[in-house]
Design a protein around this ligand. Structure first.
Ligand code: SAH
Length: 471
């Protein structure tokens, strides 16, 4: 196979980034936009030793699972990867991915997993589900400002005022921001040279409260920051127009803040935050627990599915009111506080200080007195905290909800030493979940139940909850 060749491919599978996969002359070909069941003519873009990358030239036979993407820029935007696949098939593929990771990487016997895997919980209406949007601000080749999403595997910014997974309010905020950029001559950030002032626009929406926060990420220092601060003409203009748009669309604009990031990095947020209008947080509710969320804290992006995810975690924790629970990687205390009403005591551990401040505050505003929070890396803090606890305080249930890289081995070692009856593992990456399940099995904790939850419709990501217990 050679570069620029046109080849016929049967797409049989999906890759980790949602690309179609097919075999041609012994080569594994990754075909962007291909759907299992398609037969396509593909244009080979790049060839390596035994694999290649291609784009679709022509669809010869369309897969029965192929649908027209709702979004007009779906094929260019990097936000969603699999809108061209019908939602039922998306769920089936994610379910299989979790099953495969638990068996192949996790070493769980396929037959016993069949018996305890509850499948995947999907959404009834998998559109406009996200409560958070992070838009990069930049310039196009002609130097004009652009705000949108990064294209697939690139930092080209694709503008889109009809995003199907964000709330329509986000497009209105971007329109207001574009006007302010032109009226006040704001220089969008140019990451090639590290110059320009406006880098990102982050929008958070509380689905149950209707509260909206906008956080602008700025590359500026000292006096340069003044024009962004409260009371400036620019701030007033922006607050007025976003407030009006929010009301029209059934929301309440409660917070505008700026975050300063002067580093030449792909990391979006710096650590300094300044309020411009309203407080540095918004409120949202999951079930009957109210949460304050800072722009710097992690908060699940799909509130409808989060409720189902936490309900599953609660079910797996089997709480009766007598248990001591540890919630590791607790963020703003969402799972901790969700479980606290059903437990004797909950301890949360989290690395981001602002998230721990939010967690403590969240316990207070919900009148939850049996939850305590500690700031630190879970793998360092837990062994230390464990040493300081009396036997009476040791634990019955440990919940872990790590980032994609999974749990640190040192942490899993301490978890095993603390000897909980149950471990509830909430995972956003089935591969590292598989790895950790295998490790825990080698230390006596076996998988009892598993359930996937679709938190990220139209992307390849999938969330999983597992229950492990001692044999
Ligand atoms: N359970 C929470 C947060 C889960 S996301 C929820 O459902 O909302 C994972 C969290 O782990 C993030 O808040 C992140 O800041 C935190 N984190 C990442 N590395 C960590 C570490 N080494 N120790 C403790 N927390 C960590």
């Amino acid at each position: 196979m050679n570069k620029n060749e046109i080849v016929k491919v049967n797409i049989t599978d999906l890759g980790t980034e949602g690309e179609g996969i097919g075999k041609v002359d012994g080569f594994t070909l990754f075909v962007k936009g291909g759907v299992p069941g398609d037969v396509v003519e593909a244009h080979v873009l790049k060839v390596k030793k035994n694999l290649g990358y291609a784009k679709i030239e022509k669809i010869l036979t369309s897969s029965p699972d192929r649908v027209e993407p709702r979004c007009p820029v779906a094929s260019r935007c990097g936000g969603c990867q699999i809108q061209q696949l019908c939602y039922e098939k998306q769920l089936e593929i994610k379910k299989k991915k979790v099953f495969d990771c638990l068996t192949r990487i996790g070493g769980v016997d396929p037959e016993s997993l069949e018996g305890c895997f509850e499948g995947i919980i999907g959404m009834e209406e998998p559109w406009h589900y996200r409560n958070k949007a992070q838009y990069p601000v930049g310039i196009d080749r002609d130097g004009n400002p652009r705000i949108g999403f990064y294209a697939y595997h690139s930092h080209n910014i694709i503008e889109n005022d009809a995003c199907e997974i964000e709330k329509p309010l986000c497009a209105a905020v971007l329109k207001d921001l574009r006007l302010v950029i032109s009226r006040f001559n704001i220089m969008p950030y140019n990451e090639m040279v590290g110059k320009g002032e406006l880098r990102h626009c982050l929008i958070r929406t509380g689905f149950s409260t209707g509260e909206v926060m906008v956080c602008l990420v700025i590359n500026a220092k000292g006096k340069e920051l003044n024009k962004w601060k409260a009371g400036s003409e620019m701030a007033q203009t922006l607050v007025k127009s976003i407030s009006e748009d929010a009301v029209k669309l059934g929301f309440k604009f409660v917070s505008l803040c700026i975050n300063v990031n002067t580093k030449n990095t792909n990391v979006i947020l710096g650590d300094k935050l300044y309020p411009v209008y309203g407080p540095l947080y918004i409120n949202d509710m999951i079930g009957d627990v109210i949460f304050r969320i800072s722009p710097l804290s992690f908060y699940q992006v799909n509130p409808v599915q989060t409720r189902k995810l936490y309900d599953k975690a609660l079910e797996y924790a089997e709480l009766t009111g007598k248990e001591t629970v540890w919630d590791l990687y607790c963020g703003i205390g969402t799972i901790s506080l969700f479980l606290a009403r059903k437990a004797k005591k909950v301890y949360g551990v989290e690395i981001v200080p602002q998230a721990i401040d939010n967690a403590k505050e969240n316990a207070r505003i919900n009148n939850i007195t049996n939850a305590e929070f500690f700031c630190g890396a879970a793998e360092d803090a837990l062994p230390r905290l464990n040493r300081d606890l009396t036997d009476a305080e040791k634990c019955d249930v440990i919940v872990v909800d790590p980032p994609r890289k999974g749990c640190d081995e040192k942490l899993l070692d301490t978890v095993v030493k603390m000897s909980p009856s149950r471990i509830v593992y909430v995972s956003c990456d089935p591969a590292t979940l598989g790895r950790d399940v295998k490790y825990l099995a080698s230390r006596g904790y076996t998988l009892q139940k598993a359930c996937a939850v679709d938190q990220f419709c139209h992307s390849m990501h999938v969330e999983t909850v597992c229950l492990l217990s001692r044999e």
